[in-house]
Design a protein around this ligand. Sequence first.
Ligand code: NAP
Length: 256
Amino acid sequence: MNNNPFDLTGKIALITGASKGIGASIARAFALQGATVVVSSRQFENVATVADALKAEGLNAYAIACHVGELQQLNGMVGEVTQLLGGIDILVNNAATNPVFGPLESAETVLFDKIMNVNVKAPWILANLCLPSMKERGGGSIINISSVEGLQAGMGLGLYSTSKAALIMLTKNQATEWGKFGIRSNAICPGLIKTKFSAALWQNEQWTRRLVESIPSGRIGMPEDIEGIALLLASQAGSYLTGGIYVADGGYLLTH
Ligand code: NAP
């Protein structure tokens, strides 16, 4: 008998934006716990590299290219995973975009549409597409990667912040509507994590020094810092957790 409540043996996990950063870290953490992970992002070479590295460690991984803003590609990806692996137990909506920095009034409407399409509409559609499979399998776990920006304004990231707040409310509604199917939905709100996505922030040394001095943990986060909470939410250990918003920010929100 397996006494490990974090064990994911036999589970199929689909992770978007998993060619690097937080998504790649989560994929490896899940695979190390026995899950078969589907590593997805826009660039096939990038996800293939991640999947090959996992396979070289003896883990189960598949690579699928998918731009989450393209409905046809979302449909294709879920169809392919279902056909190839038989279904989906865990969905991590991690891919996101943030093409604009600055005042709300100066952003072009086309950028608003792009941000909402990738950060909100795609997680909604992808979860809907995974729903039949999760229902059939008697349950599932959806993990939406939001941000501290979804809870607090002020960094000049107004539209991104608005999209991440919407993702939090999508999470709560998924949890409310799909709990009866054994499906849980939770959101993780990372603080500043050192990845390509946030490079414009942490590459500013002066700004980062001031930030680090103000964070109770005294450092900015690394992608691996998000693995533990993701694993908890994905696994049996988190079986009573749904509709929750989990901040992983080294205490940033306490002081900002
Ligand atoms: P990252 O290291 O830059 O990785 C982003 C990933 O998303 C890459 O795999 C990228 O691969 C993929 N991607 C980008 N656009 C995509 C699209 N339209 N469709 C499919 N895949 C796409 O970023 P990260 O920092 O790990 O960010 C992951 C998540 O954490 C995001 O939701 C972000 O909002 C959130 N977050 C990050 C921070 C932070 O400080 N880093 C803080 C709070 C929340 P391709 O280029 O191959 O598509």
